[in-house]
Design a protein around this ligand. Structure first.
Ligand code: ADP
Length: 571
């Protein structure tokens, strides 16, 4: 039932109940008052009639009683002390013996005791209420009976009037109640609609005019809605910030609900676990194959914090940590440390390589120095020993120089200062330093460079690049071989192509020759005075210019190294 109907119904109920109460009250109070008045009047009449009939007997009494009855329009009965009716205005004398004995009637008994007896009875014969008043006379009592039709009539008139008034009140009440119920329920209905709109996240229409309680409620709802929408806005902003944060994180983040269902899976986690961007994430315990990783997930779901655990999957290494959430569920964080591990391995290898490279010449130097100290060797032997010491010291020097160069470039302590350099003179200048060795080895040289060919590069850097590459060509090309340098125009700069007809590089080694200390044949390289750092330095120098290097080779047929220095417009 709607509020309006309830209000309407209760209003009607109140009016109806009041009407019924009025009717009943009118009946009760009016009737008793009328009866009181009638009793007084009949008692007075009875007292008068007692005096009139007292002393009469027989036929005279009967005649008198009938006359008085007619005159007063009351029933007048004379009863002797035994209760026998001796005269009655409503009955002729011959019928009197058939009348009931009145000895037990209360009004008669009261009169016999010398008082005035009154009694109100419902008459079976007339079907009406009758008032009976009896008073003593000598040898009996006189009783006056009178029906009370006027009492009933007055009461029923009053009841009808009240009823009519009630009906009128109901009719007016219906109209008023309808209006009142509507005026109360309509703003409430509007507030209900507004509350529902708030619940659905819509903007509600709230009427805050007026000064009654409903208007107060409207104002309270409006301020509630404003606070709520502000809080929701803040929460949404925070949520999108958090979502963006999680999405942009390098670490994989996976959120689980208390049942272990994945609720958040950021792109990094998908990438790390090799999951397509649109694929549904698996259940928490199927995320990892490694037992230890699964235990981490279980512990986190049980509410235990798990510090970083190193796990391996698909050739990657990651640190997996589990963090329980306060309301159940957990967050798993996967930190990919593959790169870090690789760096660590590179650093370890590097230290091992450097130590190894330094150890060999050091051992040689120490050996010769000890021998020289211990033995008094002839002059030419001593000289031979000292030459070995010197050669190894130079090798160490070369290694340290190369390492320093490399570290300077890598740490950006050195950066190229590019300028326009004529290419042909540079190549010839570098070759001039190598020419004695090339001539000794029987390696010829040819440069195919246009006279106006130029580079935009750091002169010192470019010289070093050419020196390292040409040095390798001379070193790894047997007698009778050729070295050729060509300059070509590439899409993004100038390409210098250095080709030799040397021993070549096996295909499996080719991709790695630009790594530090990577050598196809370490012993041979060392024997030829190489440090294993030459091409690494070349690569770093060229890349510092924004250029690139590449190598092609055929085993036994020769090697081609291509270096591209970018031109300013193409940089
Ligand atoms: P290294 O000092 O040993 O020459 P590099 O870094 O200059 O070190 O070269 C790395 C390795 O690449 C060399 O050890 C060698 O095996 C191979 N290499 C480089 N240039 C040539 C070339 N022109 N012909 C054959 N092998 C070469």
């Amino acid at each position: 039932m709607t509020l309006g109907r309830k209000l309407f119904a209760s209003y009607l109920l109140v009016v109806a109940a009041s009407t019924v109460a009025l009717v009943v009250a009118a009946d009760r109070s009016l009737r008793s008052r009328l009866l009181r008045e009638a009793t007084v009047e009949v008692t007075r009449e009875t007292a008068f009639l007692v005096q009139a009939v007292d002393g009469h007997r027989g036929a005279a009494l009967d005649t008198l009683v009938h006359r008085l009855g007619r005159t007063t329009e009351r029933r007048l009965t004379v009863i002797d002390t035994t209760g026998l009716v001796i005269a009655d205005s409503d009955f002729p004398a011959d019928q009197l013996p058939s009348l009931e004995n009145h000895a037990t009637r209360p009004e008669f008994r009261a009169a016999l005791h010398g008082g005035t007896g009154t009694n109100l009875r419902h008459s079976v014969s007339t079907g009406r209420w009758e008032l009976k008043v009896a008073m003593p006379i000598a040898g009996g009592a006189v009783r006056v009976s009178t029906p009370l039709p006027q009492v009933d009539a007055v009461v029923s008139d009053a009841q009808n009037a009240v009823l009519l008034g009630g009906l009128l009140a109901i009719a007016v009440g219906v109209v008023l109640a309808l209006g009142f119920a509507r005026s109360v329920s309509r703003p409430l209905v509007r507030l209900r609609d507004a509350s529902q709109a708030i619940a659905h996240g819509d903007r509600p229409v709230i009427d805050t005019r007026g000064r009654d309680e409903i208007a107060d409620l409207g104002r309270a709802l409006r301020s509630l809605e404003e606070t709520l929408s502000r809080r929701v806005g803040e929460l949404e902003r925070e949520r999108s910030e958090t979502a963006a944060l999680i999405a942009s994180m390098v670490e994989g983040v996976i959120a689980l609900d208390p049942r272990g269902t994945v609720t958040t899976f950021n792109p990094a986690a998908r990438r790390l676990l090799n999951l397509a961007p649109d694929a549904a994430p698996p259940a928490a315990l199927e995320l990892f194959r490694a037992r230890a990783a699964r235990e981490t997930v279980e512990r986190a779901l049980r509410g235990e914090e798990s510090p970083g655990l190193e796990v391996e999957f698909d050739g990657r290494t990651a640190l997996l940590s589990g963090h329980p959430l306060p309301g159940g569920g957990a967050v798993l964080v996967i930190h990919d440390i593959t790169g870090l591990k690789r760096l660590e391995a590179v650093r370890r290898d590097f230290v091992a390589n450097v130590s190894h490279e330094l150890k060999t010449p050091l051992t040689v130097i120490r050996g010769y120095a000890e021998t020289l100290m211990a033995e008094d060797a002839p002059g030419d032997v001593r000289r031979g020993f000292l030459e070995k010491v010197l050669a190894n010291a130079r090798r160490m020097q070369q290694l340290v120089d190369d390492l320093l160069d490399l570290s300077r470039i890598e740490s950006h302590a050195w950066s190229p200062q590019p300028e326009r350099i004529a290419l042909a003179p540079l190549v010839h200048e570098v070759w001039a330093t190598l020419k004695p060795r090339a001539d000794a080895a029987g390696v010829t040289f040819a440069a195919e460079i246009a006279g106006d060919a130029s580079l935009y590069a750091d002169p010192q850097g470019a010289r070093q690049v050419l020196l390292n590459v040409l040095d390798n060509s001379v070193r790894y090309t047997p007698g009778g071989g050729r070295v050729r340098v060509r300059a070509l125009r590439a899409a993004d700069g100038v390409e210098i192509e250095i080709t030799d007809t040397g021993i070549g590089i096996p295909g499996e080694h080719l991709p790695r020759i630009f790594e530090r200390f990577y050598r196809v044949d370490a012993a041979r390289s060392r024997e030829l005075g190489g440090t294993g750092l030459g091409l690494a330095i070349v690569k770093h120098l060229v890349e510092a210019h924004g250029g690139r290097v590449g190598a092609e080779s055929a085993l036994g047929a020769g090697t081609t190294i291509r270096i591209v220095f970018p031109e300013p417009a193409a940089v």
